[in-house]
Write a protein that binds this ligand. Sequence first.
Ligand code: MSP
Length: 520
Amino acid sequence: MSGGEHTETTPYYVTTPIYYVNDNPHIGHVYTTLACDVLARFMRLDGRRVKFLTGTDEHGQKVERSARARGMDPQAFTDSISQNFRKLSNAWDFSNDDFIRTTEDRHVRACKDLWRRLADAGQIYLDKYAGWYAVRDEAFHGEDELTTGADGNKYAPSGAQVDWVEEPSYFFRLSAWQDRLLEFYEANPDFIGPEARRNEVMSFVRGGLRDLSVSRTTFAWGIPVPDDPDHIMYVWLDALTNYLTAVGYPDTNAEEYRAFWPANLHMVGKDILRFHAVYWPAFLLAAGIEPPHRVYAHGWWTVEGQKMSKSLGNVIDPYTPVDTYGLDQTRYFMLREVPFGNDGDFSHRAMVNRINNDLANDFGNLAQRSLSMIYKNCGGAIPGPDAYTEADRAMLDSVDGLLARIRPEIERQAFNRALEAIWDVVAQANRYVDEMAPWALRKTDTVRMGTVLYVLAEVVRQLAIITQPFMTKGPAALLDQIQQPQDARDFAALATRLEPDRAIRKPQGVFPRYVESEGL
Ligand code: MSP
């Protein structure tokens, strides 16, 4: 097993952002959770104890307004929309271990405790906020960040409209943390990924930090400030705390807390990096709590080259691609098509290319032709290998070395690179079949044919095991076909060889071609 400072049993805690329940989920939300699901599945197969958290962000002015706009009470509204996020796990095979809602008692308790800790440490003071606020982003903005639109309204860099707000407010002494944050980033070079984002965050902090307003008084949908219930907590302070709540905070002696905090990774979209990489570690350091090990900001999806937006009517709901292309296919596409961290475009053409080339032609065909030849020519059972040639050994060495090659890519969230490395082996295996031509050996040298087909079956077995985190159906179906025992499908099973004579089932293609339907 490859190095690194942890052992395989080291706990691994990965989180998604918690999603605003102002609207139904779309493909952008699913992307963040998908990335975390792949990490969680990978780490579990690698023998680690995993906690994978997702959930919903239910307080604040934005959610309250959406509820009112539908004539609903905010609690009834959030109860309903939250279910739509929870249900995604079934359709997308997300393996989250917990689903947190910020309206739960456990979370209210955690937020109040964190607030008290900050207040006791002298990090919070009462004053008055007079400035701009973007309800869509739930963010405060300085005048210097804004632009004036043709309609005379002011807009934040994200495009969200801002309103002037003047109200009593508690403030967090963020300005006092500037130097310590910079020291923290220096001392923890892996804290922010990708690298380019780390530089952006550091220059933002170097530019100076203002104290942060952390309470609001002009609406009521949120968690009341301890001992001053006219104020409710700023929704980002409330929301970020979910990562602690889910591991049992404020019970810091709890086994779960001790095992899983600090979190290994908060996965976020690039739009919310500042909250996670500046405010969150500052809150935690100020409260005497260790910050997470890493925050990774992924890019955004456009659709056929355009920004996804309600007004353009091009928002992709999370069920459409699964129904149209299949779950494995969509999961594979989203992680393979775009270097993780960059923006990506969800296009039908690109999707069909990935399905028909990488999945159907390359991996699917490799498995189907290898297993069919075994089924037909070896009495339906895995043949025993004779002496290996240099070509056989080269093939086996590549697949044996694959896990060690992709582990570091997964550790730094380079999903596309991990998949490229896997598909290098797929391509090598297809060349190997063509060169060895086992169909010709059937007439000339059945012993040699048996060895080649054994090597291929072993390659297919290992590829199926290793692709399980990315795709939840096809790889399992391949392992079923070769009757790989259920308790030998984790990465430890890569270290032992497929035993000869094992009966296999009649092979069936697991990655069909996508055929355009008539009229499209
Ligand atoms: N509630 C906050 C997060 C609080 S975490 C303590 C929030 N919610 S959100 O629902 O607006 O967004 C959640 C995630 O979805 C973000 O990581 C965001 O980047 C991601 N995406 C939303 N639209 C997206 C795309 N079009 N493409 C990719 N990801 C996108 O922010």
